[in-house]
Design a protein around this ligand. Structure first.
Ligand SMILES: [Zn+2]
Length: 161
């Protein structure tokens, strides 16, 4: 004997769009956390950089495109600028707490210039992987993400699974 028809069984069926495989795709927090530690936001793989300041086009583990398009570096640059500004604000606050009331402007200026010259270089790889995580989350929210991802893999651009 079959189950009786429930009140929701007559509603429209689910759209044909395949649901995200939550077992394979990480949540937003995990993807961003992976970006913060220079790992692939999708698979958590390492070795995303050809050189210290040069990110690979795709993740060697899952094939996720890390540099999406021409000009895609603007997002990473903005993140780097934001992080540098926030970090320098913290640096300045600590300096002032330590030095007040007699703040010497010249050493503070020299130290600040050195800070804003070095910090962005150190943060640059993180800004790239963080931006790759943001980009991944945006692309993943697209309704045709699964189809496009599968097509890219079939075309040989997806890298090894
Ligand atoms: Zn990956």
């Amino acid at each position: 004997m079959s189950d009786p028809i429930g009140p929701f069984d007559m509603l429209e069926p689910e759209p044909s769009r395949p649901l995200l495989d939550r077992g394979r795709e990480p949540g937003a927090t995990r993807a961003l956390a992976r970006g913060l530690v220079r790992r692939c936001p999708r698979c958590g793989g390492r070795d995303l950089f050809e050189r210290r300041l040069r990110i690979r086009e795709r993740c060697p583990g899952c094939g996720l495109r890390l540099e999406r398009e021409e000009g895609g570096f603007l997002g990473a640059m903005t993140l780097n600028y934001l992080a540098t500004t926030l970090a320098w604000g913290g640096f300045l606050a600590v300096w002032l707490v330590v030095a007040l009331p007699g703040v010497a402007i010249a050493p503070l200026t020299v130290a600040s210039l050195a800070f804003v010259a070095v910090f962005p270089l150190l943060f640059y790889p993180l800004s790239k992987t963080l931006w790759a995580a943001v980009d991944y989350l945006v692309v993943r929210s697209s309704p045709d993400y699964r189809e496009r991802d599968a097509a890219e893999r079939r075309s040989g651009n997806g890298g090894p699974r």
